[in-house]
Write a protein of this length. Structure first.
Lengths: 245, 474
């Protein structure tokens, strides 16, 4: 088979790739602007080889949340190169294909020297989503319980991050089915408190534990956890799961 | 144009001569590689791609998973993996990189976990409360790296259990055909169907035997008709019917068969999370890491008998853009080397087999080859060739350019076609396009159930109640 060389016209960038931060800014700027060929050209040689081609990099861009804005916050020298921290904002989303994309995140990137220029790794080696206040999750669940116990389907859906909740249907339907008082029954918890978190992992990816929060709820006979996700500046209900009781 | 078709019309010689050459073949991609054979819900058995016979402005893509489903598979009947990412990938500019991807994810709902039953009464609709274990799915389309959610919460039909549980199965399945209004009114279906593939598995794996040619084998057996080894089994199918202009590079229906935008490259890729950790005390396994490819399928046969055992898992994990690493296996396939051993006196073209490179990796000139396209193993479909009014199961070899290897239809007899191609019985190698090479076949020429005339085309799945897994055939 004949492998054709990739002909790439270099774009002039206002960011100087002769500095580590300049390389990362150029890379994130290209990703922001949808210029996959440009961002591919800024990858480390190892990552370029691993990806294969600029076309493959472009084809996979749906799996890389596109930054809307970014601000470099710190820069550190390590044995492997430079570590650069950056705050990014993105369009928040949640689905079974892209997983969770937070509205804001703190990322750490590795940038390595290549002759007189610097090159960027294909993905940040650390990312921490910036979450809204946890207490707000309980408030959203309280309103969702109110709508659900009134059997107000559209009202409940308006507080959900996804149209179809993850988890057992009998729990999701319990507030409408069991007449009586339904209340938030405890403080907001992390996902590792759920006996069965795997359903959420399968649906939304292995990082689900870093951003999902559980709110315990209790009705006349049934009690369970309501799972919430931070979509934008607020929390939204994404599923239900047993509390093990 | 259609030079290849004209060559195919050269009269066959010596059709009465019943010497037989044989090549080992396989269920198209059922359990074809060591790792995926242990992971049936992610094991893609076959991919089909054809211009829809009843809607010729659309292309139908079908992928089947879970090989050899026994219809009486209760109490935990078969279902899609909810920890699996199922995909159709389409290359519309011949660079072997997907330009459009359709993605599918499944979710399982158990209404009542305190019973062992799949259903607690007859299932008469897709929201019937008697149906205890059900699946819904989401569909997304990635177009040049931009993902759009097309639908979520789409219902699958139940498995076909029996007259008490699924009394009107055809109506249930028909109600699980959904329209994707935000994708040109594409249609989608996911659920159990009859396995449309047909092949004599039992004989083929018995030292590459073909029952009609048993007397020509090194180890002789009485001549017999073929037996459909996948007959009576079901699969889980994802079928998608998309307007052609939603798939082409320029967003238009091709102007003709020579339009460079007419040819689509199509394959499936099935992915799992990188790691899976089992839990104690019956806890659900935990998945972690990025998605990695565990099954990949375009043209039938290639990973089955062309790629050697030590490379099969690598092939499933790879992508068409990196197929140059497998070129030598296509140029000098092991099956061709076995022929003189198993069938003394039969000859096939010598390596390098550039004829097979055309059929499997580049496309056939003036049919489905894109000039300067990158060699890659996937189905090539010229969408400007209309459906045939009289389809020939031998496809292009039978003078029907709307069939395999121009795309792949359900009724195409890819086993016989590929046997003959491997034996050199094509116009590429005219000196071998003669008897017995051009008569090769496993003796199974059609599916054990008739196909439907409309989407999703595959036949109703076998039901468990009245189906004993009998021998299909004489």
């Amino acid at each position: 088979m004949v492998t054709r060389p990739i002909v790439r016209r270099r774009r002039r960038s206002r960011h100087s790739v002769s500095r580590p931060t300049g390389a990362l800014e150029a890379f994130l700027g290209a990703e922001r602007d949808g210029l996959a060929a440009r961002s591919f050209g800024l990858l480390t040689a190892a990552d370029q080889q691993d990806v294969g081609s600029a076309a493959s990099w472009a084809a996979s861009s749906a799996d890389r949340p596109r930054p809307v804005t970014f601000t470099i916050t710190s820069e550190a020298v390590t044995a492997e190169g430079e570590q650069i921290s950056v705050d990014v904002s993105r369009q928040p989303s949640l689905d079974q294909f892209s997983g969770f994309v937070s509205a804001r995140a703190a990322q750490t990137w590795r940038v390595v020297r290549d002759g007189t220029t610097w090159r960027v790794a294909a993905e940040p080696f650390a990312e921490n989503p910036m979450l809204p206040p946890m207490a707000a999750a309980a408030s959203v669940v309280d309103r969702w319980l109110g709508a659900s116990s009134d059997c107000d389907r559209s009202g409940a859906v308006s507080l959900q991050g996804v149209p179809d909740l993850i988890g057992p249907e009998d729990l999701a339907n319990a507030p409408c089915r069991e007449r009586g008082s339904w209340t938030v029954a405890g403080p907001v918890l992390t996902l590792d408190r759920a006996p069965d978190a795997q359903t959420f992992v399968e649906a939304y990816g292995p990082d689900v534990g870093t951003w999902t929060r559980l709110v315990p709820v209790r009705g006349p006979r049934t009690h369970f956890f309501v799972a919430t996700a931070p979509l934008g500046d607020d929390w939204r209900v994404i599923g239900v799961t047993s509390d093990g009781g | 144009m259609y030079r290849f078709r004209r060559l195919l019309l050269i009269p066959l010689l010596g059709v009465g001569l019943m010497l037989a050459g044989v090549l080992p073949t396989h269920a198209s991609s059922h359990r074809e590689a060591p790792l995926i054979s242990e992971d049936p819900v992610a094991d893609d058995t076959d991919v089909y791609a054809f211009v829809s016979p009843d809607r010729p402005d659309t292309v139908t893509l079908i992928g089947n998973w879970i090989p050899l489903e026994e219809p009486a598979g209760g109490p935990n009947f078969y279902k899609f993996g909810q920890d699996v990412l199922y995909q159709f990938k389409i290359d519309n500019n011949a660079d072997a990189v997907p330009d459009i991807i359709y993605e599918f994810r499944f979710q399982t709902q158990v209404l009542n976990s305190k019973t062992f039953l799949y259903n607690t009464g007859p299932i008469t609709s897709l929201d019937d409360s008697h149906w205890n274990v059900r699946q819904t799915y989401s569909v997304a389309r990635v177009d040049h790296g931009k993902r759009t959610m097309l639908a979520s919460g789409l219902a699958t039909p139940p498995d076909n259990i029996g007259p008490r549980s699924t009394p009107n199965y055809d109506a249930l399945a028909a109600s699980a055909v959904h329209t994707l209004g935000n994708d040109g009114d594409a249609k989608v279906f996911a659920g159990q169907r009859d396995d449309p593939f047909f092949v004599d598995l039992g004989s083929v794996f018995d030292l590459a035997g073909l029952r009609p040619f048993n007397q020509a084998h090194l180890v002789k057996e009485p001549k017999a008709n073929g037996i459909d080894g996948v007959g009576g089994y079901n699969v889980h199918s994802i079928a998608l019917q998309v307007p052609i202009d939603r798939l082409t590079a320029n967003g238009q229906k091709p102007s003709g068969a020579t339009d460079p935008n007419a040819v689509l490259g199509i394959w499936s890729q099935t992915e799992r999370r990188k790691t899976r950790v089992l839990g104690k005390n019956g806890q659900q396994p935990k998945s972690d890491g990025d998605w990695v490819s565990v099954s990949r399928l375009g043209m039938p046969l290639v990973n089955e008998v062309v790629i050697p055992l030590g490379q099969k898992d690598r092939f499933n994990a790879s992508t068409p853009a990196k197929d140059s690493q497998f070129l030598s296996f296509v140029q000098n396939p092991e099956p061709a080397q076995l022929i003189p051993v198993l069938y003394p006196g039969i000859t096939v073209p010598p390596a390098p087999r550039n004829d097979l490179v055309s059929i499997f990796l580049t496309g056939i000139p003036n049919l489905n080859m894109v000039p300067n396209g990158k060699p890659a193993e996937y189905i090539r479909l010229n969408t400007a060739i209309p459906p045939s009014a009289h389809p020939n199961p031998l496809g292009v070899l039978g003078g029907d350019t709307a069939g395999f290897p121009n795309g792949r239809r359900l009724a195409d007899d890819v086993t016989d076609i590929e046997l003959r191609a491997l034996a050199g019985a094509t116009p590429f190698t005219p000196q071998f396009n003669k008897s017995p090479n051009n008569l090769l076949g496993d003796g199974v020429d059609a599916n054990d159930k008739p196909f439907l005339s409309a989407f999703p085309y595959e036949a109703t799945p076998w039901q468990g109640y009245d189906h004993t897994h009998h021998r299909v055939g004489p």
